[in-house]
Every structure is written in C-alpha cells, then in structure tokens.
Design a protein around this ligand. Structure first.
Ligand code: SF4
Length: 226
C-alpha cells in the first residue's frame, strides 16, 4: 500500500509557483521549523486541518488535467517531512506530469530519495551557518539546510535557490555569508525576496545597501529580486 500524503491545501492552477510552467500545487501539512516570516503558519502543525482535501481526491482531479498542466509542485509546510512524498511523486509522474518541489531541506534523507524523480526544485535557503537557527527558530537546523543546498547543487536537477531577506533577522555579514555559501555550492544564481508584512500596515523589508549587493556580485553571483 502506498503511504498517503497528508495534504493541508491544494491550488489547482498556478503560473507563479514554478517559473515558466502551468502547474497545480499541493501543500503538504506540517513543518518543524518556525521562521518568523512564515506565510503559511497554518501549515506548520502536522495535524490534518478540518476540511483539507484528501490525496486520493487530488489524484482523481489531476487525472482529468492531463495535457492541460505541465506539472505538479509539492510545497508546504515542508514536503520532505512526509513519508508519503515518494509515493505521491511516483503517482504524479505515472499520470504524465513533471514534478516540482519547494523545500527548505528539512528531511535530507527523504530529499535524497526523491531527487531522481524531481524535475525542478525551489530551494528555500534560510541563511548561512551563523544565522540559520536564528531564522528558523530551531537549534541545529543549519545542518539540514546546508546539506540540502549541497545535495541539490550536486544533483543536476534544475534549481532556483531563494532566500527571504528580512533586515531584522539578517545583517550585512549574514548576507555576505549567504552569498559565499551559494558560491561555494557551485551556483551562480540567487533569488532574493524581501519580507512582506501585512499588519498593522503593509510594508516590506528595506533593501540591503547597494555596496553589499555589489560585493556579492563580485563573487560571481547573479542576484535576482522578486
Ligand atoms: S520552513 Fe517554510 S513552512 Fe517551515 S516555518 Fe519556515 S517558512 Fe514556514
């Protein structure tokens, strides 16, 4: 019997979750990290929320979308914590879809096991070693996050490494450590997105100083802002 994926939500059609692809997005329920800027705190507990879709219903839906979507993205929460992820990916591939994965690399052994079945990864790189646990709120999280970066960078799978920039969590030296971490992993592209707050009034984290971004570019890193 395949392990059943614990789903917290489902988006049947997205043009933004996998660059250049039309995809459906499956939000896996649960994440052990506690990033202050998490946009989906409702997906952090592992318990299945009331009214969440069942994986079997999503598969039935997807079977009727063959030829209409390029792929399916597994997002979260953190999809690698779910023992049902490898079977779910295999089922989606069997329907003929490409597979994308959003991950921060929480469960590296499961990440290794699914890498050969994944076409694209959006890797959420929280920080370099010094600041990683501060961002996630979880001691020891840096090991998994940085292992995941090395694994993905060496896998040959297409990857977008992205980091949420929050000036209250990452200072200038943290940002430079991140740029060196991306370079040392052998990657040249790095996407930065500024933290957004919606309350008490909408605002965004300030941009880092241009001097710092120039220093990062001098390492051979191309920075993309989202
Ligand atoms: S790793 Fe992602 S899902 Fe987990 S708390 Fe951080 S932002 Fe939220």
């Amino acid at each position: 019997m395949p392990e059943v994926l614990q789903v917290g939500g489902f988006e049947p059609f997205s043009t933004t979750d996998w660059p250049g692809k039309l995809c459906a997005v499956v939000f896996v329920q649960g994440c052990p990290w506690r990033c202050g800027y998490c946009h989906n705190p409702g997906l952090q507990p592992r318990q299945r929320p009331h009214g969440a879709p069942h994986w079997s219903d999503i598969l039935t839906f997807l079977a009727h979308r063959r030829g209409l979507l390029d792929g399916v993205v597994f997002s979260g929460g953190e999809p690698t914590i779910d023992p049902g992820l490898p079977d779910a990916i295999a089922q989606v591939r069997a329907l003929g879809f490409q597979v994308g994965l959003h991950t921060a690399g929480v469960h590296t052994r499961r990440l290794v096991s699914v890498l050969p079945q994944v076409d694209w990864i959006g890797l959420d790189l929280k920080a370099g070693e010094a600041a990683h646990d501060r961002v996630t709120g979880v001691p020891g999280s840096a090991k998994a996050g940085l292992e995941a970066l090395a694994l993905v960078a060496g896998s040959g799978v297409e990857v977008e490494v992205r980091t949420t920039f929050d000036s209250e969590l990452l200072d200038d030296s943290d940002l430079m450590e991140l740029a060196r971490t991306v370079r040392d992993a052998g990657l040249q592209q790095w996407t930065l997105q500024r933290r957004r707050w919606l309350a008490p009034e909408p605002r965004m984290a300030p941009l880092p100083p241009p001097r710092l971004l120039d220093e990062a570019r001098q390492l051979g890193i191309q920075i993309h802002w989202r």
